[in-house]
Ligand binder design. Structure first.
Ligand code: OFO
Length: 175
C-alpha cells in the first residue's frame, strides 16, 4: 500500500504533469499559427512526454493500491510575444516542476517510503534533462536575436525531434 501522504502529493503531481502537457499544447498551437512548424513539433513531443510523466505516476498509484484523484487543470495563456518568450516561460515552468518533484522526494524520504523514492529517482533525472533541453534552446534563440535566418535554422533543427517511449527502468530520452 502506498503511503497516504505520498499518494496525496503524487495525485497533486499528476495534475501538475497534465498542466505541463496543457501548457505545451498551447505553445504548440502558438508556434504552428506563427509558422514555426519545427518549434510546434518540438512542443508536440513535449506534450507526449508530459502525458507519459502523468501516466507513470498514475500507474504507480494504481499498482500500489492507492486512489486516483484527478484535479481541475488551470486555464493557461495561449499566446506569447516571441519564440524566446515562450521558451523562457517553459523554463520557468520546468523549474517549478523540479521544485515539486523535490518536494515529493522529501516527503517520500520523511515517510520512509523507499519504493516511492526509487520511482522519484527517475523523475529527478528527468527534470535535469527537461531543464537542460529548454536552456539550450533559449541560448540558441538569444544568439540569433531577431534574425529571420537564425530562427529558421533553429526551427529546422527542432523539427527533427521525435518522441521515444522510455523503456521501463531506464532514464529519460534525449532531446
Ligand atoms: Fe514532466 O517534466 Fe516537464 O513539466
Amino acid at each position: 500500500m502506498v503511503n497516504p501522504k505520498v499518494a496525496a502529493a503524487i495525485n497533486e503531481q499528476i495534475k501538475n504533469e497534465l498542466e505541463s502537457a496543457y501548457l505545451y499544447y498551447a505553445m504548440q498551437a502558438y508556434f504552428a499559427n506563427a509558422g514555426f512548424d519545427g518549434m510546434a513539433n518540438w512542443m508536440s513531443v513535449q506534450v507526449k512526454e508530459e502525458l507519459f510523466h502523468a501516466s507513470k505516476f498514475y500507474d504507480y498509484i494504481i499498482n500500489r493500491g492507492g486512489q486516483i484523484q484527478l484535479k481541475p487543470i488551470a486555464i493557461l495563456k495561449t499566446t506569447w510575444e516571441s519564440p524566446l518568450n515562450a521558451f523562457k516561460e517553459a523554463l520557468i515552468h520546468e523549474e517549478f516542476i523540479t521544485s515539486r518533484i523535490n518536494f515529493l522526494m522529501k516527503t517520500a524520504i520523511d515517510e520512509n517510503d523507499f519504493a516511492s523514492k526509487v520511482l522519484l529517482d527517475w523523475y529527478v533525472n528527468e527534470q535535469v534533462e527537461e531543464e537542460s533541453n529548454v536552456t539550450k534552446i533559449i541560448a540558441s534563440l538569444v544568439q540569433v536575436k531577431d534574425s529571420g535566418e537564425g530562427l529558421l535554422m533553429i526551427d529546422r533543427e527542432l523539427a527533427t525531434r521525435v518522441f521515444i517511449m522510455p523503456i521501463p527502468g531506464q532514464g529519460a530520452q534525449p532531446a
